[in-house]
Design a protein around this ligand. Structure first.
Ligand SMILES: [Zn+2]
Ligand SMILES: [Zn+2]
Length: 239
């Protein structure tokens, strides 16, 4: 675990988010607590234990914001709701996967992998959970000190980035990853690669200092400039 900036904690081990499936973050904005993403199925008790290790009661978690519907980000959601009673916030375009109206899709490409994975798709199934607040691009929510939703489709139709403007932090979900430099997310599990590229450019148009990723370690300073460079929007193309 690490405190990325004051009040924002990465609950997964800082060198390896794989122990929770995806990164899971805790936001303490002084009042109610919020989580970003919920990790894999079966990780909920470990998540709660780490929240307690930080000195917080899990019952203070009032919101769980889901960056996108993939099971490494939503598998622990049903269990976490039983413990916390939190409300679930996700983009409308991913809500049907989270609440079970649509099955979890397998990999989109290459075609052979997508075909080969089909018989095993049920293994991805998670307990369906109702999305309490379906959000859209530009929505501002008065939680965690004030967040702004940025719709960033491509990886999934309803992928979002979450901007905490007061702290200059963005949670990118799987729009980007960060392991020894910025990386694209898993391409086999990305629905529309061109749309993903457009969404990275869209994010790069916003101001922020720190970035927290769905996979990998955070960038604490100068994240906006580095993402602009990654997106090819500044003179130095190397990243
Ligand atoms: Zn992921
Ligand atoms: Zn994903």
């Amino acid at each position: 675990m690490q405190e990325v900036i004051p009040g924002i904690f990465q609950l997964s081990r800082w060198w390896d988010q794989a122990d929770l499936g995806s990164n899971v973050y805790l936001i303490d904005a002084g009042g109610e607590l919020a989580l970003v993403d919920a990790g894999f199925k079966g990780k909920e008790l470990l998540i709660v234990e780490r929240v307690r290790d930080l000195g917080y009661s899990a019952s203070r978690i009032a919101s769980i914001i889901i960056t996108h519907h993939h099971t490494d980000h939503t598998g622990g959601l049903a269990g976490l709701l039983e413990i916390t009673g939190a409300r679930v916030i996700a983009h409308a375009a991913d809500a049907a996967y989270i609440d079970g109206r649509l099955p979890q899709p397998g990999p989109s490409r290459p075609r052979w992998l997508s075909r080969a994975a089909r018989p095993f798709q049920h293994l991805l199934a998670t307990r369906p959970v109702k999305v309490d607040i379906e959000v859209a691009d530009g929505d501002e929510l008065p939680l965690a000190g004030g967040i702004r939703i940025l719709h960033a489709p491509g990886h999934t139709p309803g992928s979002i980035c979450i901007l905490l403007r007061r702290n200059g932090v963005v949670f990118t979900g799987d729009l980007l990853a960060q392991r020894f430099g910025l990386k694209w997310p898993s391409i086999p599990f990305t629905v529309d690669v061109e749309q993903l590229r457009r969404s990275v450019k869209k994010l790069a148009g916003h101001e922020f200092e720190s970035a927290c990723f769905g996979h990998g370690s955070p960038i604490k300073v100068d994240a906006g400039r580095r993402i602009r460079r990654f997106a090819g929007l500044s003179s130095s193309a190397r990243e």
